[in-house]
Design a protein around this ligand. Structure first.
Ligand code: CA2
Length: 147
């Protein structure tokens, strides 16, 4: 399987580290990207890292992943709880899918307890802060095997 991984981030995650540090921590999305790139290099993974506030852009990146990637690591943010379209796109992708949430969504409001994406995910990480992205990348590397 290709060692290319798409790391996709949904709406408002561009504000990471700038608001609500009590829930989402102090790392910015640029910090998360930097950490992911450093780890990916040690794991022999190639990374495409994206964020969008637009559902269609996330769907387009999942379609692009179909052509070339072995895994998608996705924090769909609020689209987690609303988007059948993102679920449908992920269902058309044959590689590994890991869903990441910075906060523990199950400890929060009831509307955050349901995820459309979890029906397709090979694993779900919630409540590990931004470290969750790293855990997901490590799992991808384990499942893809040595380079
Ligand atoms: O815990 C997560 O990672 C979430 O996916 C984050 C989403 C939320 O809608 C999900 O229920 C759980 C919200 C992302 C918004 O991120 C912000 C970060 C800093 C300041 C404001 C928003």
């Amino acid at each position: 399987m290709p060692r290319l991984v798409y790391v996709l981030n949904g709406p408002n995650l561009n504000l990471l580290g700038k608001r609500q540090p009590d829930i989402y921590g102090r790392e910015t999305l640029a910090d998360v990207e930097q950490d992911c790139r450093a780890l990916a290099a040690t794991l022999g993974l190639e990374l495409r890292f994206h964020q969008s506030n637009r559902e269609y852009e996330i769907i387009d990146w999942i379609h692009a992943a179909r052509e070339a990637a072995g895994a998608v690591v996705i924090n769909p943010a609020a689209f987690t709880h609303t988007s059948v379209a993102i679920l449908d796109a992920l269902n058309a992708f044959d590689g590994l899918v890991f869903e990441v949430h910075i906060s523990n969504v199950h400890k929060r409001e009831e509307f955050r307890h349901h995820s459309f994406v979890s029906a397709r995910a090979d694993g779900v990480i919630a409540g590990f802060g931004t470290e969750g992205y790293q855990l997901a990348l490590r799992r991808v590397a384990t499942l893809l095997g040595p380079q």
